[in-house]
Every structure is written in C-alpha cells, then in structure tokens.
Design a protein around this ligand. Structure first.
Ligand code: X2X
Length: 333
C-alpha cells in the first residue's frame, strides 16, 4: 500500500486519463504510458481494456492510462519502465532498439508490401523472434503488437516525389539508429527528436519535415505545421505493449491472464480501427489543407540499396534474424 500511495503522489501532477474508480482500493495500482492522445485508437482500445481488467479482477488491478507523453518522452519512459517507475508502456519496436537492438527489424525500408504481410509476420515467426529478444533484455511483452502504420513523409517546403527530393532535407526522425541510417542513406539530414517535441520542432523550423502514419498526422494535427504529404510507405511500424518484469511477476497468475487477454484483444480491435481510418484519412487530411502525392517506391528502395543500407543492416541484425525477415516478406532484401 505504502509504495502505491507514493507512486500516486509522485505522478499526481501528470493528470492521467480519469476513469470512474472502483469502490475499493486496488491491490495493484499500475500505470500504462504512451505517446498518443486519448483520441488515438490505441488509447480508445486501451481504455476499454483497462476497464475490462478492472471489472474482471473485481477491482484488484487498476491500470491508469498516461497518454501524450505525460510521464516523459519515449526514451525517458523506456528507462522508467526498466526501473519500475511505470509498469506498462506502448513503444515502437524501432525506438525500443535503443535497448533491444534487433527489435527494430520490422522497420527495414520497404520490407512489407501490405498489411497482410505485416500481420502474418508479426503474429508469426518475425514477431516471435522480436519478443524473444525483448524478453532476453528483461522486459515483458504481450503477444499482439498494436498498429502504428505505414509511414508517410510530410514537408512544409515541397512535395517529396523522388529520392532526390530528400537530399539535404531536414527531417525529424524518432530516436533510433535505424531511422537515422535510413534517412542518411537517402542523403537527407535526419534529426533524432522524441515525438513529444515534434510539433514544436516543426513549428519553429528546426526541421522542415517528419514522417508518420496517417492516423498520427490526424491526431497530432500535422496540417497546422506541414503542407505536403507524400505517400512514401517507406516502412511499417507498430507499438509493442511492454511490461516491467518485477511488476508483472508480482501479479497473481489469474490476473496476468486477464490482463494479457484484454491487452491482446485490444490490439486486434485497434488494428481494425486503424485500417478503417486509413480508408478515409486521405480526404480528411486534404480537407485540413494537406496536399497529397503518391510516389513510386522503387527508386527509393534502389537508393537505399545503392547506399548499402540493406547490406549494413543484414550485418547488424545477423544472418538468423535477416533470414526470418526475408522468409516473412517472401523475397530477398
Ligand atoms: O515518434 C513517432 O513518430 C511515432 C509516434 O510514430 C512513434 O511512436 C514511433
């Protein structure tokens, strides 16, 4: 009880998303953090899941959502998760690679042709491989990865129509060696910036562009600080739902099962939500002032190949991981 109260006091300023509480005090008052506002499908489904967990554990497990980086920027919260200051955290595998190097392998440029290939891989061997790596690093990870999406490129200055448009382009990328490497290979000038600072970085002109899936362009209101949206589809990214091992092991086994069941079901529903949103987001974002263009991905992939991007990352991940990726996408990269 004592530590729970201290934890609550320490985070009181951060104002979590408040759900009507249970009548009794919870045995386990846990936190889950992520970088998205409550409107993002991740948090809509997370709110449902945590409510179901509270009910099915008869008020014993009360998980509060801290959206929008309220507990800190992603790379800071990853440290808090390891230390146990936060019990659960949704994080991109590509950012997670700052701790678990091979976790970023799903983010290799142009690896996945479509969502079917993504879910087959991430619910199959590639996902199992990544989860194995994450567990070896001492973290808990739920089986089902949540969707972030295929990433698109925005700019305040010009449409990105060919790899040449990326030369010297000042673009924000999330904090991760893979992202920096990819945009360096394009000849761009990538700046590693946590999502918490992206809007300000674009607003103040520290960078001219950024890249994210359409759902995030929408919930982050990117049209306020960006003009052109190029459908580059240059990589697929998700969010693993991670847990602190000590906090997880402190839970009774039946509570663990209930939590895993609802978090994994939430992931599947969130994937469907994002898919549905994708169908309408282009016209929605155009309505907000974005100018869209499509690109032929081939010259972009070629540019990465010529720059030695694939060869370098094959060496970094190692033959075993690379073979699992190639088997998952059904071709040599
Ligand atoms: O930081 C980003 O750009 C975001 C929101 O897509 C991730 O979490 C990787």
């Amino acid at each position: 009880r004592r530590t729970i109260l201290l934890g609550a006091a320490a985070t009181a300023l951060a104002a979590p998303f408040i759900r009507p509480g249970p009548a009794r005090a919870a045995d386990f008052a846990y936190k889950i953090a992520n970088n998205q506002p409550m409107e993002h499908p991740s948090n809509v489904r997370l709110a449902e899941a945590t409510k179901a967990i509270l009910e099915e554990t008869s008020g014993s497990v009360d998980i509060q959502i801290f959206p929008s980086n309220q507990l800190g920027a992603d790379t800071d919260v990853l440290g808090q998760l390891r230390a146990g200051g936060v019990e659960f955290f949704q994080l991109s595998p590509v950012i997670l690679s700052t701790l678990v190097p091979n976790a970023s392998i799903n983010g290799i440029g142009f690896a996945f042709p479509n969502y079917d290939a993504v879910w087959k891989a991430m619910d199959g061997e590639l996902g199992a491989y990544a989860r194995g790596q994450i567990e070896e690093a001492g973290l808990i990870v739920m089986d089902k990865i949540w969707d972030n999406g295929f990433r698109q490129t925005t700019s305040s200055t010009k449409a990105i129509t060919s790899p040449a448009d990326l030369e010297g382009f000042k673009i924000r990328v999330p904090v991760s060696p893979l992202w920096t490497s990819m945009f360096s290979a394009f000849g761009a000038a990538p700046a590693s910036i946590n999502f918490a600072e992206v809007y300000t970085a674009l607003q103040t002109g520290i960078v001219d562009g950024q890249e994210n899936p359409l759902t995030i362009m929408k919930v982050a209101k990117m049209w306020e600080v960006q003009k052109y949206l190029s459908l580059t589809n240059h990589m697929w990214d998700g969010f693993w739902l991670l847990g602190n091992r000590r906090a997880w092991n402190a839970l009774p086994e039946d509570a663990q099962q209930i939590i895993a069941k609802h978090f994994n079901a939430g992931a599947e529903k969130q994937r469907a939500d994002v898919m549905e949103l994708n169908a309408s987001l282009r016209s929605d974002l155009e309505g907000h002032g974005f100018t869209f263009n499509e690109v032929d991905p081939k010259p972009f992939e070629e540019k990465l190949r010529e720059a030695g991007f694939y060869a370098e990352w094959k060496k970094t991940y190692g033959d075993e991981a690379w073979a699992i990726l190639e088997a998952a996408v059904g071709r040599q990269l």
